[in-house]
Design a binder for this molecule. Structure first.
Ligand code: TMP
Ligand code: MG
Length: 232
């Protein structure tokens, strides 16, 4: 069997440098003559992606379950092309994947109940969707061979020129999202399916680029192992 391409995912909070690093990695792979392709989720160009785009820009409202399932469907609609590319030997770099899907949805919380007598204990916000529920629609997606999580403290990400105007681009949301990402990473590492690497996204661009290349380089010769399935 000829070798297949590697499936590499880059994850992180908003403004962690993901998209810049994904583009730099594509260029570095192409310079090294490795057949490669960059994809991104959400893919806002498809009919499902257009619904997601309108929701993110707060031009429409959707039930939390419904938008979660649309994000997942937006990945499933690309699965045949991901598998075809990998089998043909193309390395795929993927800017966000199912991990963002879980992290952002499982971070949604009910607004704190107004209590008549203020409690001296901090009230824990209650999640709207459970972690397990958020994970289920993405079970069996192609599993990444390597996930690079660009870790950055939300306050540092914010200081990088501020968040944009989209839904979720707020510091308290990003703090909860980061906690969920850390949990996902621990689970992926202990599952033995794919490698999860935490990189300091707060470093200079060139330093992050170098650490990414150190992780990706061993995969550029191609892989003989079959494509695995996520959480199967
Ligand atoms: P983007 O800024 O990378 O285009 O992503 C748009 C937002 O969508 C970002 O705040 C993360 C969020 N998101 C989800 O809520 N669920 C998902 O499944 C994905 C891929 C992104
Ligand atoms: Mg964004």
């Amino acid at each position: 069997m000829s070798k297949r391409g590697a499936f590499i995912v880059i994850e992180g909070l908003d403004r962690s440098g993901k998209s810049t690093q994904a583009e730099t990695l594509l260029k570095n792979l192409q310079d090294a003559k490795i057949p490669s392709k960059l994809i991104k989720f959400p893919d806002r160009s498809t009919p499902i992606g257009k619904l997601i785009d309108s929701y993110l820009r707060s031009e429409s409202e959707l039930d939390d379950h419904a938008i979660h399932l649309l994000f997942s469907a937006n990945r499933w609609e690309v699965v045949p092309s991901i598998i075809k590319d990998l089998e043909q030997g193309t390395t795929i770099i993927c800017d966000r994947y199912a991990f963002s899907g879980i992290a952002f949805s499982a971070s949604k919380v009910h607004p704190p109940a107004k209590s008549a007598s203020p409690s001296t204990f901090p009230i824990q916000p209650t999640p709207k969707l459970s972690y397990e529920w958020c994970r289920s629609p993405d079970i069996s997606l192609p599993a990444p061979d390597l996930t690079l999580f660009l870790d950055i403290l939300p306050e540092k990400a914010k200081a990088r020129g501020g968040y944009g105007e989209e839904r979720y681009e707020k510091e308290d949301v990003q703090e909860r999202v980061r906690e969920v990402f850390i949990r996902i990473g621990e689970e992926i590492e202990s599952s033995g399916v794919g490698k999860w690497v935490v990189l300091d996204g707060g470093l200079e661009k060139e330093e992050v680029e170098k650490s990414i290349w150190d992780e990706v380089n061993p995969l550029t010769a191609g892989l003989k192992t079959p494509i695995q399935k996520l959480w199967d």
